[in-house]
Ligand binder design. Structure first.
Ligand SMILES: [Zn+2]
Length: 490
């Protein structure tokens, strides 16, 4: 197992996970560094789903995937298309994001499950896919968590969307993460002839999560049976949870109530976060293409100039040229992607009142973060005052850096329970590892932003002679300019 966890530290795998969306953009980028509208829309939708996963564990995500007909080996085949790939190809691609045999076993089921939906999607029928968290028969908890498969059950429901001729044009794909459902409750439900499916479903065994995943082809239901999509699946398994574990029953009941409220609000915030995140991904892709950081990324680096961790500064300084210009390769791009993910997730946890993640944040700080969040949206809508937006962003980042916010884990309590287990393996969960590594100094750290003698990197700097510079080699004057949303190099 230690070998597998070693692989988890593999920077290449972490970079691949972090740069998936910038890589999508690069596939479609033209010579003017632009991408087609539909590519941006698809990436923003992916990011919207990801925002729910890192910050809004109670949100149901809904995406629409196009249905197409292709000729394959002389036969007309129906496919579901997403980002230029078919659902089956996408599932196959999931392999790239894992490193261990038990995770690959799951991909081996996800591929035919995707193919099943491509072939059988039809009006009036809901197709659930239940992927419970790994059980201890599947893998150790540490390995399961390193694969991001340790805590949440993933519930998905596919239904058909038709045009006015009754032809299937899209798949509606709803997805939800739920935690704390004991695996035996799933087993009990599927075995019960009185279950939602109206018959007992044959499980290969009763200890592996994969034995439940394998049931995908036998779980079709009339759509009326799942009026709330994946939430209805949680409601269906709840009585079985109650028979097995009273404490789990209380936790899942509470989640069910939260799932049923505030979905509209979550959807609105997720959509906005998706666009913000995709815009950042596009800046990363452009910078990777030209090899030089775009203005937006330079600002991002300098807006957070006070708060990068030592390890992050080492990477940043190695990429720094004169005039606050940065060269960009995959190492730096991955660092910035990780930083954006952390800040966006932290902010969303506050905005959506994710209590488990923000319990340590004072009420007045929460209020201020929400005010900044809404002000930035308002400025975007009223016309584009970039300087003002950058100034507010810098303030928002500074506020977030002073808090300990636990975005990234779906279910409440994950982080704390993961802590000891992972620490035993030398992995510090609070700081994170791999793509979850926190690129900023923690609020609890005693490390202080220090000014050292040096030359300001900004060529037009009014005090270019040896003066005091911060960690990003910018003097006090120029740092103030960046913080205020102005560019002293221009
Ligand atoms: Zn300066």
């Amino acid at each position: 197992m230690s070998e597998s966890l070693e692989t988890y530290r593999n920077p290449e795998l972490a970079e691949r996970r972090l740069l998936t969306e910038p890589d999508h953009f690069l596939d479609y980028m033209d010579d003017q560094l632009n991408v087609p509208e539909w590519v941006f829309r698809d990436v923003a939708q992916n990011r919207s789903t990801a925002s729910c996963e890192i910050a809004m564990p109670d949100a149901v995500t809904t995406t629409l995937h196009e249905v197409e007909y292709r000729m394959e080996e002389g036969r007309r085949r129906r496919v579901i298309v997403w980002m230029g790939y078919t659902a089956t190809q996408m599932a196959e691609g999931g392999r790239l994001f894992h490193f261990s045999a038990p995770a690959f076993d799951r991909v081996d089921i996800e591929v035919p499950a995707a193919g099943f939906v491509e072939e059988n999607l039809r009006p009036g029928v809901a197709q659930p896919f239940v992927s419970p968290a790994m059980t201890r028969a599947d893998a150790s908890l540490a390995l399961a968590r390193a694969e991001h498969l340790g805590d949440d059950d993933s519930l998905q429901v596919s239904t058909a969307v038709t045009n006015r001729h009754g032809e299937v044009t899209h798949r509606k794909f709803q997805s939800l993460l739920v935690c704390g459902i004991p695996f035996p409750a799933w087993v009990a439900m599927f075995k019960d002839p009185g279950n939602i499916f109206g018959r007992s479903l044959p499980l290969r065994d009763e200890i592996h999560a994969t034995s439940v995943m394998e049931l995908f082809a036998q779980m079709e239901l009339p759509v009326e049976m799942l009026p709330e999509g994946p939430i209805s699946l949680v409601a269906a398994v709840l009585p079985y949870v109650q028979r097995i574990d009273q404490k789990a029953y209380e936790s899942v009941s509470e989640q069910l109530v939260r799932f049923r409220t505030r979905q509209e609000f979550y959807a609105k915030e997720a959509e906005r976060a998706g666009v913000e995140w995709a815009q950042f991904d596009l800046e990363l892709a452009r910078s990777l293409r030209t090899g030089v950081a775009t203005d937006a990324l330079r600002f991002f680096i300098l807006q957070n100039g006070h708060d990068w961790s030592e390890e992050s500064l080492r990477i940043l300084n190695a990429h720094e040229l004169d005039d606050a210009v940065y060269t960009v390769d995959r190492e730096l791009a991955a660092l910035l992607a990780r930083a954006k993910q952390k800040l966006l997730g932290d902010k969303l946890c506050v905005v959506t009142d994710n209590e488990a993640a923000i319990e340590g944040v004072d009420q007045d700080v929460r209020d201020q973060i929400k005010i900044n969040h809404n002000s930035i949206a308002q400025i975007y809508n009223e016309g584009y005052d970039l300087g003002r937006i950058r100034q507010l962003e810098a303030q928002q980042y500074a506020l977030l850096h002073q808090q300990v916010i636990r975005s990234g884990g779906g279910c409440s309590g994950n982080v704390k329970t993961a802590f000891n287990e992972l620490q035993r393996h030398g992995l510090n969960e609070l700081g994170g590892v791999g793509e979850n590594d926190n690129p900023f100094k923690s609020a609890e750290s005693s490390a202080k932003w220090t000014w050292k003698p040096g030359n300001c990197r900004v060529k037009k700097c009014p005090s270019p002679k040896p003066t005091e510079v911060g960690p990003c080699s910018v003097c006090r004057h120029c740092q103030r300019e960046f913080d205020a949303g102005r560019d002293p190099t221009k």
